[in-house]
Design a protein around this ligand. Structure first.
Ligand code: ZN
Length: 159
């Protein structure tokens, strides 16, 4: 009984302590809000607990950190020098979990957009992307902007 927070609550608290104003998720949230879209957060009844949920549009947005989710970009390809195997394993599991959540969401009729941390440097571009994705003009059932890197890049970087 030393821990006053549940694990879930604790990770929520930690994520908010770490970067309240600057986290990629908050930036995407406030940008989307400014664009005039209203959304819900982390609906627990949806696979992968998407960061932003648009129930009436049947659309979700995930904001992914490049390192944790194994993006195919310089930050995503960075491999820690210590406990390398541990991190690679962890990131691979995240990639697999992301793919699973996304296909589950799609089979439930949801559209999925992934916004990567490294994309957030260019807020104008992200604004266009979000607008295009959420506007009612494009009701295409597709996975927009999802990029799943081959697992091989994580493996080959161990050698
Ligand atoms: Zn990236």
């Amino acid at each position: 009984m030393t821990d006053v927070f549940s694990i879930e609550k604790r990770s929520w608290v930690m994520s908010h302590v770490r970067g309240r104003e600057t986290s990629p998720e908050i930036k995407v949230r406030s940008l989307t809000h400014r664009l005039g879209y209203r959304f819900r957060l982390h609906r627990k009844n949806l696979p992968g607990k998407p960061d932003l949920v648009f129930p009436f549009r049947k659309k979700v947005i995930f904001v992914h950190g490049c390192f944790w989710h194994g993006h195919d970009c310089p930050r995503g390809k960075r491999t820690p020098k210590t406990n390398t195997g541990y991190w690679i394993d962890k990131i691979r599991k995240n990639i697999a979990r992301d793919a699973k959540s996304q296909s589950e969401l799609q089979s439930l009729g949801w559209n999925v957009l992934v916004i990567w941390e490294c994309e957030i440097k260019n807020l104008d571009k992200i604004a266009c992307k979000i607008n295009e994705y959420l506007s009612d003009r494009c009701e295409i059932n597709r996975v927009a902007g999802v990029f799943l890197p081959p697992l091989s890049h994580a493996v080959s970087s161990t050698s």
